[in-house]
Write a protein that binds this ligand. Structure first.
Ligand code: HAM
Length: 508
């Protein structure tokens, strides 16, 4: 029964509990297996990084970076937490040293704050010797404290809203360009975005993602990555899977920028009929208008120019080859010219996958090509493509279509009574667990009736009845709880019997 406690999981976060975690583990194991067959290895990057990494990679103007990141200042340990007023001079000098060494942000705001604080300090420093002050002195102290308060005394870090940026950072940091290319990596873990929580949308959510970095941009790579996600979903039996693909061209004057310009002109003509969000986006990011879900905007958007008709020759050829490659792999897709994605790093191929039972948050996977991202982050020119699956949504969809976790039970509940029986029960539990069975061994003696009741409540398949008599006779009783039938075994026979009827399904 749920109790109201003083502490509750923060809005948008939640506890994942058994038996549901059994399904999570099954999904993750399947991902590892399927991705392994495509030659991917696992990477586990940290969950916080410099905020600037995400600003650069995902884009400072995107919703994710501009509105949704959990950002904090990691205050330098080299600074006193609460300097006493007489120590402020030394404190300001310490801040200055960190500033010069680049250990706190070397920006105009910090520079100004330090300069002003130094000036104010020299104006009031003597007060602490003379112990007398005028109104102006107090004002100087007040200003001094305000300048100190405005300093950013550490680095800006953010909980990761996604992991592609981290994987590219790691590719550069570990010189992975020296490895045989391409490098294929996958990750599983929590991401953080301060979005409005609703079904399928959380502030801490989990992604299963994969990235292919380096080597060529052969369309076969795009197709193989997509084939891999589809294979994974197929293995899980995910229902109603639909794959949308698009190409958003690249950043050369005769490709996407020319299209965006044209789109902007057309959008200006219908501006009055669009909602406030779309009107704003005409200026900030016209492509994102195509993403709009507003009912009354749909007929207008349907008449806008389509990027597929404006790709440069190379991008058009690449897109055609990706479609051909998907065909060769038997991957069924739908072209969706409105699929533009909400992160800045994409070029050429973009794709999204939806599944059944998810309501409005029905994108279960998103991805695309991002050649140039590694270079943007300070690495060598590098091709890249990848995707991330929303694991929470994947699990929701599996549950909605009845593919939830098998109820968590026990294979064997050991109902023991008596000193001798307890010693035998401990050994039996050890042998059965070593053989891979889940066993519940009650820590204190229970009457048989009570023990069987508990065995039933725990969803046990069998109860092993061990009293002192059974132990001295070496004949153990196994009760099948579903029908109440009982059979007697010696210990080796018991193991053999259980091996033969070994339970299958998700257990942990
Ligand atoms: P994304 O489209 O932002 O792409 O996220 C990928 C998936 O994560 C979404 O399709 C959705 O299933 C899930 N997701 C996103 N936000 C939430 C949320 N608040 N709650 C629950 N699930 C969510 C990326 O993150 C890119 N890094 C994907 C990528 C990898 N592109 C190339 N490589």
């Amino acid at each position: 029964m749920a109790h109201k406690s003083k502490f509750q999981a923060i809005r948008g976060t939640r506890d994942l509990l058994p038996p549901e975690t059994g399904l999570w583990n099954h999904v993750e194991e399947t991902a590892r297996k399927v991705f392994g067959t495509f030659g991917f290895g696992e990477i586990r990057p940290p969950i916080f990084e410099p905020s600037e990494l995400f600003g650069r990679a995902v884009g400072g103007e995107t919703d994710i970076v501009a509105k949704e990141m959990y950002t904090f200042i990691d205050r330098s340990e080299k600074l006193a937490r609460h300097p006493r007023i007489g120590e402020l001079g030394a404190f300001i000098q310490a801040v200055k040293k960190l500033y010069d060494a680049g250990e706190i942000p070397r920006d105009a705001s910090n520079q100004l704050a330090i300069e002003h604080a130094e000036a104010k300090w020299s104006a009031v420093e003597n007060l602490f010797l003379e112990k007398e002050g005028t109104k102006a002195d107090f004002e100087n102290i007040y200003d001094l404290l305000a300048y100190i308060d405005s300093m950013q005394l550490g680095s800006n870090l953010s909980l990761r809203p996604e992991a592609t940026a981290s994987v590219c950072r790691a590719y550069i940091e570990h010189g992975m360009a020296q490895l045989p290319q391409p490098v294929k990596l996958y990750y599983i873990g929590p991401m953080f975005r301060r979005e409005r929580p609703q079904k399928g949308r959380y502030r801490q959510f989990y992604q299963i993602g994969a990235e292919v970095l380096g080597g060529s941009d052969a369309p076969a790579i795009d197709a193989e990555v997509i084939e891999m996600v589809m294979r994974f979903f197929d293995r899980l039996g995910l229902a109603g899977v639909e794959l949308d693909i698009n190409s958003i061209g690249h950043n050369a004057p005769d490709c996407r920028p020319a299209y965006v310009q044209k789109l902007k002109i057309e959008l200006e003509k219908v501006k009055d009929k669009l909602g406030a969000d779309s009107q704003r986006r005409i200026e900030t990011n016209p492509l994102r208008v195509l993403d709009s879900k507003l009912e009354h905007e749909q007929p207008i958007i349907a008449t806008l120019p389509r990027i597929a008709d404006h790709l440069c020759e190379e991008c058009a050829a690449h897109y055609a080859a990706v479609r051909r490659q998907l065909g060769l792999r038997g991957v069924i897709y739908k072209e969706n010219w409105r699929l533009v994605r909400g992160l800045d790093y994409y070029m050429r191929t973009t794709f999204e996958i939806t599944a059944k039972g998810l309501g409005s948050q029905n994108a279960v996977c998103g991805g695309g090509r991002y050649d140039g991202l590694v270079e943007l982050l300070g690495g060598p020119p590098t091709k890249g493509i990848g995707f991330a699956i929303g694991e929470d949504r994947l699990i929701l969809s599996l549950q909605e279509s009845g593919k939830g976790a098998a109820p968590q039970g026990r294979d064997v509940y050991i109902a023991w009574m008596g000193e001798h029986a307890y010693a035998a029960a401990i050994h039996a539990a050890k042998d059965l667990r070593n053989a891979g069975f889940s066993v519940e061994l009650p820590p204190t003696e229970l009457k048989f009736g009570k023990a069987l009741e508990r065995a039933d409540k725990l969803g046990s398949r069998y109860a092993l009845i061990l009293g002192d008599n059974e132990v001295s006779e070496g004949s153990w009783t196994l009760k099948t709880l579903a029908d109440g039938t009982q059979e007697k075994f010696t210990e080796p026979e018991l193991l053999e019997f259980l091996e033969n009827v070994r339970v299958s399904g998700v257990r942990s």
